[in-house]
Design a binder for this molecule. Structure first.
Ligand SMILES: [Mg+2]
Length: 174
């Protein structure tokens, strides 16, 4: 595996730190968002009001939105409905790229126009990069269950070994 496969375009503390204007200027027209710990904190039942406002702002700016989650259908559907996001993929099996691919196709954008947002290197970033999509890595919204500790440790080790994300547009690698 090359480091390019796990290198996000940029890293931000939260979706709220993503500048919609900047993404639009860079040519992105669709945002494909992870659900757990990106939009909704662990063990919370719904997104924070600020996240709802960010989603509304993205839609108002003209972005097409999709949720692509490895979680089960009922949960993903309930949050997508809550947020007014029509396109969603559950049981996506990220980092396998098929769920992300379905979202891109459904949103009718090119892969260069789509950007993925998620909190996990080995699912969100790797899945996006396998498909040649740009990706923004967020910090997870809340502390997670103990099983994620090892994954986070591995993420930190890998990220520590690669160059900081470049500012420019990310080129597809396949
Ligand atoms: Mg997540």
């Amino acid at each position: 595996m090359t480091f390019g496969l796990i290198r996000p375009l940029r890293r931000v503390p939260s979706v709220l730190d993503i500048s919609l204007e900047e993404l639009w200027r860079e040519g992105y027209r669709a945002i494909i968002i992870d659900l757990d710990n990106t939009l909704v904190g662990y063990r919370l039942r719904e997104p924070a009001a600020e996240v709802v406002a960010w989603v509304r702002a993205a839609q108002a700016r003209g972005f097409s939105l999709a949720i692509v989650s490895n979680n089960v259908r009922a949960w993903v559907r309930s949050i997508a409905t809550f947020l007014g996001i029509v396109t969603y993929v559950s049981n996506a099996l990220k980092p396998l790229p098929f769920g992300l691919f379905r979202a891109v196709r459904h949103l009718r954008v090119s892969r260069k126009e789509a950007i993925v947002v998620g909190d996990q290197v080995f699912t969100d970033v790797l899945g996006a990069r396998l498909l040649g999509l740009a990706v923004i890595l967020t910090e997870p919204i809340l502390r997670e269950h103990a099983g994620m500790g090892l994954v986070r440790w591995a993420e930190r080790r890998m990220l520590g070994r690669i160059a900081p994300p470049s500012a420019g547009p990310q080129e597809p690698i396949i």
